[in-house]
Every structure is written in structure tokens, then in C-alpha cells.
Write a protein that binds this ligand. Sequence first.
Ligand SMILES: *Cc1c(COP(=O)(O)O)cnc(C)c1O
Length: 225
Amino acid sequence: MSDIACQLSFVRSTLPAEVTLVAVSKTHPAEMIREAYDAGHRIFGESRPQELREKYEALPKDIEWHMIGHLQTNKIKYIAPFVALIHSVDSARLAEAIQREAAKCGRTIEILLEIHVAEEDTKTGWNIGELKNYVGTAPFARMPNICVRGVMGIATNTDDGAVIRRDFDELRRCFELLQPYFGPRFNTLSMGMSHDYPLAVECGSTMVRVGSLIFGRRGLKKPVL
Ligand SMILES: *Cc1c(COP(=O)(O)O)cnc(C)c1O
């Protein structure tokens, strides 16, 4: 087994069957994704639209591509025709722009609402009060090409398990608070990365985004495609 296949099966073995594993392949070359693909994995996460597009073109078409990084409205067009889930919808403006691009492609794009819970103010996302007000005006009823599947968040970057747990508990509360506004398809709570995903799962995560534990440390080199 290759290292990637081995790490993948290790991570999978630590997850309950109902938790979805997004293998975060950002910055890594297509050959590495291919190894994970050959080991049977089909769900990959990327954080840059152009890189995502290039990898989509280079790799098998049954891959489910997730956009997990900050997305600028002028870059949606690169991924709109094929993206399976956008985790990082952090503003009304972005949601509306995704609606327009999805309509142009004649498809419905599934999204998650990114909520800011971490202590660092460098992290993006909605403040829950603002988001609840916004959702209360039923804006998604006017966006027929968007399906809101749930919530995404990133915990504070710390070794303090109590702080991380507090952030995950908060994300779960936000998820539950928003659930009544959406239908039964609002069922995804995306939280947990390489260093904190076991805690995220304990706190109710349904989707974890694991990169370095599967693919190794990300270098500074640009991906070779
Ligand atoms: C890079 C990234 C991950 C994966 O991080 P690892 O620590 O490598 O597992 C998960 N979520 C988001 C939003 C990311 O940008």
C-alpha cells in the first residue's frame, strides 16, 4: 500500500461510518490525488478555485470536489459547472453570486454556511446573530439554484482541547439553531481537521476535512499538474 492509501485507511478506521471524510488535497499534485483515488477515495477538498479547476480537468470525472477555502465572487465561474459542495459561504453577497453562476450553468449548487467561532479574527465566517437575522428573511427562497446543506466552521488553532471543544460545541449549537429554517436536507455539520477531527466527531461533526494527516505536510512549492 502507498503511504497515502495507508494514511487514508488509518483515518477512515478512526471515523464512524456515517461521518464523511473530505480528503483535503490543496497544494498537492494531481498524482497524489490519483493515489488516493486508486485506493477508492472519491471526495476531495481544495481551497483555490483555479487549482480546483485544473485538478478537475486532469482527474477522473467521478470525483466529488469540495471548495473549502475563502471564495471571491469573481472566481466562482471556475468551479460552478461541477463543484459538489461549497463549504465556505461567508456572506450574502457570495451566496447571491453563487446563485447567479449556478443559474447560468443550469444547476443547483449545494453550499454550507461558514460560521466564525474561533478566537483568531483572521478566520472568516458569519457571526451567528447576523446569520440568524439574514436567514430569518428567507433569502434562500429567492435563490432556487442554491441548496443549503448545513454549516461549516474552524476551531481556534490551539492545543487546548477545552477551547477546541467549546468552539465545536458552539458550531453545533449554531447548526441546531438554523436547522428549523431549512428542510431535512440541512444535515451537514462540517468541522474537524487533521489535528482536531476526533474531538469534532465527539461534538457531532458529520463531515471532517483532513489534509496533512493523509497527504503529508504542505510545502511551499506550487502543485505540478
Ligand atoms: C487546509 C484546510 C483543512 C485541512 O487542514 P489539515 O490541517 O491539513 O488537515 C481543513 N479545512 C480548511 C478550511 C482548510 O483550509
